[in-house]
Design a protein around this ligand. Sequence first.
Ligand code: NDP
Ligand SMILES: N[C@@H](CC=O)C(=O)O
Length: 430
Amino acid sequence: MMRTRPLKVALLGCGVVGSEVARIMTTHADDLAARIGAPVELAGVAVRRPSKVREGIPADLVTTDATALVKRGDIDVVVEVIGGIEPARTLITTAFEHGASVVSANKALLAQDGAALHAAAEEHGKDLYYEAAVAGAIPLIRPLRESLAGDKINRVMGIVNGTTNFILDKMDSTGAGYQEALDEATALGYAEADPTADVEGFDAAAKAAILAGIAFHTRVRLDDVYREGMTEVTSADFASAKEMGCTIKLLAICERAADGGSVTARVHPAMIPLSHPLASVRGAYNAVFVESDASGQLMFYGPGAGGAPTASAVLGDLVAVCRNKLSGTTGPGESAYAALPVSSMGEVVTRYHISLDVADKPGVLAQVATVFAEHGVSIDTVRQQGKAGEASLVVVTHRASDASLNGTVEALRSLDTVRGVASIMRVEGE
Ligand SMILES: NC(=O)C1=CN([C@@H]2O[C@H](COP(=O)(O)OP(=O)(O)OC[C@H]3O[C@@H](n4cnc5c(N)ncnc54)[C@H](OP(=O)(O)O)[C@@H]3O)[C@@H](O)[C@H]2O)C=CC1
Ligand SMILES: N[C@@H](CC=O)C(=O)O
């Protein structure tokens, strides 16, 4: 039976995501009420610039005093889509203290302070849901936390940042320049308020921390995630990738060690074979590969950024949290019981594609090969190209640890025949 008294929702932030949340709450009001079993009412909208025209939002709901809104005492659910650490963190904890559950899309905050926020939610018997924080519209947090709760996940590898996938795809498929592609991604609402978070890999690293924590039932913080951005990927790298039958993607990879005793999480550009399903993920789409003991391989795919797709995930959480409220329960909290240590990047084992600028003279190849052998890094293929006096040497290795590879590169740099290391790219997904 439908309850007539509405559940009250406070919306913190009404930008790219928040405006879509408000629009769908209005246009789909009847459907939402039917799914929840009670109507939901937008009780207030906190923003920074109150005079900005906001289509469909009654002016009397708009406030700049987010704190007063969450302290009202009659709010059932706070939807936080402001972003960043503060004031979002304080507003969320204040919401719990004043009787509201929280839905958030804020991966930066969850990756940094997830443990404290979960503890605050639990202390007050409230929900903290954040499906939208990882991979936009794609249902991922709930499948990992609930549907796969009976399985053992060993690896999660994916494209989790729409902006950088959009840029890399444009560079690869149209030859567009980096800045031109970034400007377009920003105009389309994919980029963070500060796009450095996207292009330098911080956003993907935050998502990797959240995914690793949930997948392996442990605690992984942003600082634990190895991170490289994609600003240094060049058209020459794409040309090298093509010669290998590969393309380049910014990947987030979370792995459980073979002995199960530790985990790693990393974000960096990588070459992946064109035949791999992740290679065909275009534009701002995201996709995440999950490997587990019983299910084998699963792939989750869909729009990873943008107002409406992200709002879809926020509203899914809103429905779930409202249902919990009506039935007097809370959803599954966090599952960080395994307390697995996070190993350093040096222990990660993968293949590498290394491009060296070398002097074109007899013996260079042997000298370079010796350095690889001395560091225990086995060479798969070597290709030399160039004109008299200067050349480039492209070395593709077999699987080796990052620590061994770093030692090799350091030693290569000290050879007088090696003029520079043009690029080092990991090769994944083979
Ligand atoms: N955009 C996307 O594709 C996705 C975004 N996210 C996450 O969603 C969140 C929101 O992102 P997005 O909508 O793109 O961001 P926007 O920058 O578009 O919107 C931020 C909103 O927060 C408001 N705001 C900022 N500071 C305050 C404050 N101190 N008090 C009250 N309101 C404030 C802004 O007000 P005003 O309008 O007045 O400026 C604006 O309405 C972030 O955590 C982001 O990481 C997650 C997945 C995808
Ligand atoms: N800036 C982010 C937005 C979604 O999380 C991205 O591009 O993926």
